[in-house]
Write a protein that binds this ligand. Structure first.
Ligand SMILES: Nc1ccn([C@@H]2O[C@H](COP(=O)(O)O)[C@@H](O)[C@H]2O)c(=O)n1
Ligand SMILES: C[C@@]1(CO)OP(=O)(O)OP(=O)(O)OC[C@H]1O
Length: 159
């Protein structure tokens, strides 16, 4: 078994879509990034890469590479998952915490879990997505950014 941890932050910006966990969320703002800035999937990918000591997403998908301009992070997660399975691992479980003052994310959590489960050949019972505000404190509390943390357990296919 291998455990991994991921963390990411993106700045809030008007006139950008808000994509979290592979789901487009209705909101009056989105997140700035070279890619679609899906902070949830970025934390998830870093947790998976970390679990197998395979570097981080910036090494796999550099933000200086025009191929990743406005990239769909869900497609990047599919590529990371291919890498994980090629190393002989499957998902044990994944737990994500999203730090966002707004919008209310609970109504969208089910869809995020389904999307992530689908990318990782898992069922939704293996995927947890939770949200918290920062009670108006700090950059998240001031609605300047959204952050996400993820922890993943990968299980070897070899018995
Ligand atoms: N963006 C968010 C943040 C929180 N929630 C839900 O509200 C609950 C209370 O949040 P606190 O920060 O006051 O602890 C939290 O447990 C989530 O269920 C949310 O949906 N979207
Ligand atoms: C996936 C990438 C690709 O540019 O997305 P970005 O939007 O730049 O996001 P960040 O989390 O700063 O770095 C990861 C990058 O590899």
């Amino acid at each position: 078994m291998r455990i991994g941890f991921g963390f990411d932050v993106h700045e809030v910006a008007p006139d950008r879509p808000l994509v979290l966990g592979g789901v487009q969320i209705p909101a009056e703002f989105g997140l700035l990034g070279h890619s679609d800035a899906d902070v949830v999937l970025h934390a998830v990918m870093d947790a998976m890469l970390g679990a197998l000591a395979l570097g981080d997403i910036g090494q796999h998908f550099p933000n200086t590479d025009s191929r990743y301009k406005d990239a769909d992070s869900y497609a990047l997660l599919q590529r990371v998952w291919t890498l994980v399975t090629s190393q002989g691992y499957k998902l044990g479980n994944l737990d994500v915490m999203v730090l966002a003052e707004a919008p209310k994310l609970t109504p969208h959590v089910g869809k995020m879990r389904e999307r992530i489960a689908s990318a990782c050949e898992a069922n939704t019972g293996q995927i947890s997505v939770k949200a918290t505000t920062m009670e108006t404190l700090g950059f998240v509390g001031r609605r300047e950014g959204i952050a996400a943390q993820a922890v993943v357990l990968l299980v070897s296919n070899v018995v």
